[in-house]
Each structure stands twice: as structure tokens, then as C-alpha cells.
Design a protein around this ligand. Structure first.
Ligand code: ADP
Ligand code: MG
Length: 586
């Protein structure tokens, strides 16, 4: 985005009603604004967080019916009906979200269809809501004693809300909470390992999208001055999703492009198609269906992506020079018992992946965990960090049992890790990825981000992320997208992210795998540097030579069991270890 595009667009939309634009286009523009508010929620929910919802129209209905019922039956003013509508939407979203957001894969979209249908059915069958006839005679919107009417007067309100929602969304996405939301699509394991409660952020975006939908519905009720069930049906829910997908599901402005296009084209088609076909009917739905399939196949990022590619890319302004450092945890003193792994066990069905393995790490130790492929090294990591539930045994960290704790709690205590299969958020920059590591050291929530009240903390966090990138020699790449890096640099970024958590124990799972010789040497330097700073590290490695020069002690695993433990020299001299290694293809 170039700097002036958004203000210019906002100014144009806000003054549109005083320009000599025909009423028809003012009406169209109001519809576009109303749709964009809903589509914006879907961009956040589906595009950014990866949670597909077909049921947004039902939340629009909650806002619209609240306004209709409360204004006609109880004579409540718009701000009161808004408050009730939003509160109901939040409540419904919390309940539905708590039930359905734990579902994975295709179950969630199916569930959204189910409650979308159910809510719509309720609207159509409640006596007090007028059943299929709906509610008529809604007064016009009156705010602060001014009657906005349903045309040129209402337009600025609709667009002010749409534009503010867009601004708040952009700010949110560019914040601590936003990065947590953007990490959701990459799977829960990494986010939880950084201390992020993925369920909580799924709920946050789900509620946010529901609120946006309800606000749109509220405006809609005063604009139409009547409500009936059909604009809040599943068909409309699919149309909202279509707008977001068409415009660009990953971009805030995609919501505007999509809703604008759909509204204008829909209107044309509604006139044109029946004339072509010869009978009346909603044939535009067929066209939209075909277009949707084409978009998903040929331009899955939507139309806005084409615009964005042509805009000059602005890296994040480097505004964190001189920011105060983030608070650091009390580090264990050298030699203090740090990690005690006691007869841990993990079975997958009949397979014993980790078979009663025990070892200890003291503060300042660099311990290697080696063994052939499939020996159970990564599974041991996953048991220590709470990724897998433990089948037996115990893990203590700094004298406290962490057996069975969720991985974000273990992270909070100061255990951080990298992954054998690199888990970065590819569409975030290197700097933003590393900043995820600082999640637990910062506090700002979604609301503060939308209001930009967290910039101080954000600067501290970015300064920390840059510091860690410099530590591993990657600061020159901080504005690149993580997904564009080669595997070696990606592994280094993971180490920087783990360091940004300010760990007391660092677990590295095959950091040298797939690295070129030069990168390997650079990694060795980084690890030696960390050792000299007193960092405690558990290092899983396949490459024996790499660990030999680096570690104080080595634990060797084979077929899930601990084969031996000793100094590098002892391990190297062991015939059993040699046999284990020669027995495999590595
Ligand atoms: P290593 O990291 O030493 O190469 P792993 O810990 O990844 O080995 O795997 C140990 C064994 O456990 C392997 O036989 C692997 O197939 C099995 N395993 C690992 N994770 C799972 C899982 N989630 N489900 C089933 N089996 C698994
Ligand atoms: Mg492994």
C-alpha cells in the first residue's frame, strides 16, 4: 500500500453523497459498504486465520433483527439497538465458537452451515419476529438528533464504519495479537510452542467477524426499514464468502473490491440474465458459482493480489531504534539442575517410539541427542515440550514438574524450541516471525492494537526481534517474507525466534539438516557463541561430526531406547554406537 491510497479512498467515499452522483449509485455504494463490513470479517476469519465460515449472514441477521425488533416494538433508539445487537452477536459467537472452533478440517465449515441454517430458521419461525414476513416499519436512523434518512444522509455513516473497520483491521494485523492470528493457519503446534493460545485467538477473530456482521445488519435494518429472513440465509452467507474470495481473502482491501464487484455485477445480471433466458429467476447465482470456481482455480489470492503486486512494497519503517529492552527472566546459574527427564515413554498404537528414556541437563550444558532416523529423538522433544501427551514417566524443569502441561505453559517457564520440519509463517516477514517468539514477553491485546495504544511495546518487541536476527547474522533479511528464504536461513530464523522467547533451555531439532557447508559452519559459530553466553541447549542431530565439536555430553538413542550416554569421545569410541549408525544408511 502506498501511503496516500487509503486516505484518498476514504475521503472520496465520505464526500461521495455531496457530489452530483445519481441516487442509484448512492444506494449501490451503501450496499457495497454494508457488504464490505461483513466481507472484512471474513477476510480476518477465513483469509487470515484460515477458518471457513458460511454462516456470517446469520450474524448479520442477529444485528438486523435486534434493530428491527427493538426499534419497532420497544421504541429503542439506534445506539441502544446497536448495543443489544452486538452483545447478542458476541454471545452467540462465543457459544458457537466454543463448541465449533475446536473442530478441524472440514468439520468447522460444515458446522457453520449448520448454525447458519439454524439461526435463519429461528428468524423465519418466531412469531415475535414476524415469521417469513419479517418486521416492517423500522424508523430511519436518527443519531444525535439528526435524521440520516436512507440515502445520502446514511451513506457517510455506513462508509465511516466500513473505513474505520478496515483501519482497525489493518492495525490489528500489524500487531502482537495480529501476528498470533496470522500464525493460526500454519497449524497450532508452532503457535502454542510460542505461548499462543490458538483457541483464544480463533475465538477473538470469530467474535470480531460476528460483530462486524452484526453492525452491518444493524445499518441494513435502518437502511431498508424492514427485515425478512431471506437476506440472512445460507445462500447470502455463501455470497459473502464469495465476495471475500473474489476480492482477495487475505487482504483487507479485498473485502472492498469483492463487495463492490459483486454488488454491481449482481445488479446488472439480475436485469440482463432473465431477459436473455426469457424467464425470471436468480440466475446470477449460477454465474457467481462458475466465477467462484474459476477464481479459486486461477486466482486463489483474489483480485486485490493483482493490484498489490503492482504497488511499491513498503517495508516496516524501522522506528524502534533506542527502544528499551524487554524484561528478561531470571536465568539459572551454571550447574543448577535444569531438566530431568525420567523414564519418559511414548507409544503410538503398538509402536513404542520412546521407551523409558532418562537423562538430565544442567544449566550451561550443551547436550547432544543423536541416533539413527526413527530413533525417537523428535518424539522425545515433543514429550519435553508438551506437543505430545506423555504415555509414562515424568519431566521436571527447574525443579517443577512439567509433565502433561500444555506446550504454551512449558514455553512460559522458559523452554523454547525449533522444529525438525521448519514451521515459519511463510506470508509474514522474517522480522515478524521472530517477533512471534517475543509473544509471552509482551502483553498488548487486540483492542489496544486496533487503537494503536501499544506502539511502545511493539517497538520494544521489534528491537528485540532485530537483536536476535543480528545474533544469527540474518538482520539483512528482516523484511523478506519468510516463505521466500531457502531452508538453511529458515532454520536460522527459527533459532532467532526461539531466542526471542528469552529461553532458559533451548531445544534444537536437527538445526543443521539441509544446510550447506558454509551455513553449517555459521550455525556452529552461533551455537558456540550461545554456549559462551551460558545458554543451555539440547541439540538433536543426525550428523555425528557436527555434534562432536559442540557438545559436552551426548545421549544416543536407537529404536526408542537410550543406547548410551557419555562425552563425545566416549560415544565416538563405543562399538555399539558405531554399529547403530552403520546399520542405517546414514
Ligand atoms: P527421530 O526424530 O529420531 O528420527 P521420531 O521421534 O520422529 O524419530 O520417530 C520415532 C518413531 O515414532 C518413528 O518410528 C516414527 O515413525 C514414530 N512416530 C513419530 N511421530 C509419530 C506420530 N505422530 N504418530 C505415529 N508414529 C509416530
Ligand atoms: Mg526427528
Amino acid at each position: 500500500m502506498t501511503r496516500f491510497a487509503f486516505p484518498a479512498f476514504a475521503a472520496f467515499m465520505l464526500v461521495l453523497p455531496v457530489l452530483p452522483v445519481p441516487d442509484f449509485w448512492i444506494t449501490q455504494s451503501i450496499y457495497i459498504g454494508l457488504y464490505a463490513i461483513v466481507a472484512l470479517g471474513l477476510v480476518l476469519l477465513t483469509g487470515v486465520a484460515g477458518l471457513i465460515s458460511f454462516g456470517q449472514a446469520a450474524f448479520v441477521g442477529v444485528g438486523a433483527y435486534s434493530a428491527a425488533y427493538l426499534s419497532t416494538k420497544l421504541g429503542l433508539p439506534p445506539l441502544a439497538t446497536l448495543a443489544v445487537g452486538v452483545a447478542l452477536a458476541v454471545l452467540a459467537a462465543l457459544v458457537l465458537g466454543a463448541i465449533t472452533l475446536r473442530m478441524s478440517g472440514h468439520y468447522l465449515p460444515l458446522a457453520t452451515i449448520a448454525w447458519g441454517l439454524a439461526l435463519n430458521y429461528a428468524m423465519a419461525n418466531m412469531e415475535s419476529l414476524g415469521k417469513y414476513d419479517g418486521i416492517l416499519g423500522i424508523p430511519t436512523m436518527e443519531l444525535l438528533g439528526v435524521d440520516l434518512g436512507t440515502g445520502r444522509g446514511l451513506h457517510p455513516l455506513v462508509w465511516a464504519i466500513a473505513l474505520l473497520a478496515a483501519l482497525a483491521s489493518m492495525r490489528l494485523l500489524d500487531s502482537r495479537a495480529g501476528r498470533a492470528i496470522r500464525s493460526l493457519r500454519s497449524g497450532a503446534t508452532m503457535a502454542e510452542a510460542m505461548g499462543i493460545s490458538t483457541l483464544r485467538y480463533k475465538l477473538v477473530v470469530f467474535v470480531l467477524a460476528a460483530v462486524l456482521a452484526a453492525v452491518s445488519g444493524w445499518l441494513f435494518a435502518y437502511f431498508q426499514r424492514s427485515v425478512s429472513p431471506s437476506p440472512f440465509s445460507i445462500v447470502k452467507g455463501i455470497e459473502y464468502l464469495f465476495m471475500a474470495v473474489l476480492g482477495g481473502i487475505g487482504h483487507v482491501f479485498g473485502a472492498f473490491v469483492g463487495s463492490g464487484l459483486v454488488r454491481v455485477v449482481e445488479d446488472e445480471l439480475q436485469v440482463l440474465l432473465p431477459r436473455l433466458i426469457g424467464t425470471s429467476g436468480s440466475f446470477e447465482v449460477i454465474v457467481f458459482g462458475i466465477v467462484l470456481v474459476a477464481v479459486l482455480k486461477y486466482a486463489p489470492e483474489g483480485l486485490w493480489a493483482f493490484v498489490q503486486r503492482r504497488l511499491p512494497q513498503r517495508g516496516r519503517a524501522r522506528d524502534w531504534e533506542g527502544a528499551a529492552p524487554l524484561a528478561a527472566r531470571d536465568k539459572p546459574t551454571r550447574g543448577e539442575p535444569l531438566l530431568a527427564v525420567e523414564r519418559v515413554r511414548k507409544t503410538f498404537g503398538g509402536l513404542v517410539a520412546v521407551n523409558d528414556v532418562s537423562f538430565r541437563i544442567h544449566a550451561g550444558d550443551i547436550v547432544g541427542l543423536i541416533g539413527p532416523n526413527g530413533a525417537g529423538k523428535s518424539t522425545t522433544f515433543n514429550l519435553i515440550t508438551g506437543v505430545h501427551t506423555i504415555s509414562g514417566g515424568s519431566v521436571h524443569f527447574r525443579g517443577q514438574s512439567i509433565t502433561g502441561l500444555p506446550s504454551r505453559e512449558i514455553a512460559r517457564l522458559g523452554v523454547s524450541r525449533t522444529f525438525q520440519h521448519v514451521k515459519l509463517v511463510p506470508e509474514m516477514t522474517v522480522l515478524e516471525n521472530v517477533a512471534l517468539g517475543g509473544y509471552l514477553r509482551t502483553r498488548a491485546g487486540s483492542l489496544r492494537a486496533m487503537l494503536r495504544l501499544e506502539r511502545q511495546e511493539e517497538r520494544q518487541l521489534m528491537a528485540e526481534a532485530e537483536r536476535q536476527l543480528r545474533r544469527i547474522g540474518m538482520e539483512a533479511h528482516m523484511h523478506e517474507l519468510a516463505g521466500n528464504l531457502a531452508l538453511g536461513p529458515q532454520r536460522l530464523v527459527e533459532i532467532a525466534r526461539a531466542l526471542a522467547t528469552d529461553p532458559a533451555l533451548l531445544l534444537l531439532d536437527e538445526p543443521a539438516a539441509g544446510l550447506r557447508l558454509k551455513e553449517k559452519q555459521a550455525l556452529g559459530d552461533v551455537l558456540r557463541q550461545l554456549r559462551s553466553e551460558g545458554m543451555s541447549i539440547l541439540l538433536v542431530e543426525h550428523d555425528m561430526d557436527f555434534v562432536m565439536g559442540l557438545t559436552d555430553r551426548i545421549v544416543v538413542m536407537e529404536f526408542g531406547t537410550k543406547l548410551m550416554e557419555g562425552t563425545p569421545a566416549e560415544v565416538q569410541a563405543s562399538p555399539a554406537v558405531r554399529a547403530a549408525y552403520l546399520g542405517t544408511d546414514h
